[in-house]
Design a protein around this ligand. Sequence first.
Ligand SMILES: O=C(O)c1ccccc1NCC(=O)[C@H](O)[C@H](O)COP(=O)(O)O
Length: 217
Amino acid sequence: MTDIRVKICGLSTPQDVAAAAAAGAAYAGFVFFPKSPRNVSIEQAAALAVEAPVGLCKVALTVNATDAELDAITAAVPLDMLQLHGKESPERVAEVRARYGLPVMKAVGIADASDLPQIAEYEQVADQLLIDAKPPKEAELPGGNGLAFDWRLLAGRKYWQKPWMLAGGLTPDNVAEAIRMTGARQVDVSSGVESAPGEKDAALIESFTKAAHAARG
Ligand SMILES: O=C(O)c1ccccc1NCC(=O)[C@H](O)[C@H](O)COP(=O)(O)O
């Protein structure tokens, strides 16, 4: 059985990137969303990505970004993947994928069973899916809220054809149970490895990846 792959999202300092890499994370996420406590400028992200170790998949997370915004990010930051975390339609996902030639991961928010059919729709056009908790209506952020959805919704599902990641409210304490219940082979975390909003904690990153790598779906 292959190892669980971990994405640490919302990295904003060289120490964050080093901690994610040292812990054995497979993906590093950079958030381009001004309202987020994890927001990075293009210049910051470029500096972090250039210094990231070879093999760490560098992901730019955007929310309903225009072509002009994506042009600016992709021109300056050496990236391996784009994560679309807004209300991008399947057509927009296909367009972004074709325009930038980078793999695209589409986030799908889940609150209840009625949200599940979107997964099949987006897997036609995205390279990967991020299955996350749907944000509450009043939330400022479309992701990174530290909230979990009911993982039982994914138990007993039909298998999807594309790789997917489980996200939403994961922590070092619950990630093994989440993997066991959902069969996820990839997990994503942001708030659960922070000591304060936007402040990553190297010890929590290490405990999280250790717990995820030790888990068996
Ligand atoms: O993390 C953010 O601040 C953020 C802002 C805007 C859109 C998406 C955002 N995060 C998306 C992620 O991929 C998070 O890692 C994912 O939602 C899980 O977050 P958490 O529940 O805090 O672990």
